[in-house]
Write a protein that binds this ligand. Sequence first.
Ligand SMILES: Nc1nc2c(c(=O)[nH]1)N[C@H]1C(S)=C(S)[C@@H](COP(=O)(O)O)O[C@H]1N2
Ligand SMILES: [Mo]
Length: 259
Amino acid sequence: MNDPLHTPAQQATSIEKKIRRRTVFSFAVFVGLFIAGWFAWQWLYHSPGAANDTNIHKPLRKILQGNERIFSTTFNENRLVKTFPKAAAAKQVRVNGSLGLGGGVDTVTWRLKVVCAPGDTMKLSLDELRQLPKTEIIFDFKCIEGWDQVSHWGGVKFSDFIAHYQLHRQKTNKYIGLVTPDGQYYVGIDMPSALQQQTLLCYEMNGQPLPMNQGYPLRLIIPVKYGIKHLKRIGMLFFSDTPPRDYWAERGYDYYSGL
Ligand SMILES: Nc1nc2c(c(=O)[nH]1)N[C@H]1C(S)=C(S)[C@@H](COP(=O)(O)O)O[C@H]1N2
Ligand SMILES: [Mo]
């Protein structure tokens, strides 16, 4: 600071001025960013909901659609989820989510309704489904809320079910939809994930009939996806080329929820 032209006092005031200028500048930047942030929030908040679900604002929905594109172009039907020996399966299996299980189920009159085409609905009993080849799987069940647990399930492979009932034409649809008997919980599943070799229409847990709160008499087990997609207590199954309604997707979660 060798400045022969100014007295030390003059130099001190010029430094003070500089500091003040910078402070004013920083504050202006801060206010500017705050206003920009406010407008960005307002824009997002007042943006319209996407046409098919009004809860999700369009810009956010766009991001989810991007995820969906990535998922559907990178999904490999032949990739298998890691499996475990029976001994690794939990004996106390965690229960999570009871939407659509409230009213109970009539164990005698329950039928799986399969809508093959408008006006053409198959009604299948649990015994009929049990007669198809049984597949068991022990895998790490993952809930989107953060927990996971190795658990053991048995039932009929969805692909075996399709083959047995000769649903070849239905299988060319892009999606299946599943709904609880009371309509309270519903999911949509892309067909490649449904046909993946580890997806089960499941009626057993740890070698026993499904407990009531785990979806008796029949639930979906779809190891390539998070728990939200494993609908408990299937009442109706249908095929569709457009994405079926999905309970958690309508509340902001990723439609595919793939792992
Ligand atoms: N009918 C129905 N199925 C459901 C749910 C639900 O609330 N109702 N919750 C889902 C969620 S979030 C998870 S993690 C799994 C939990 O399965 P479990 O109770 O067998 O552990 O079920 C899924 N299937
Ligand atoms: Mo979950």
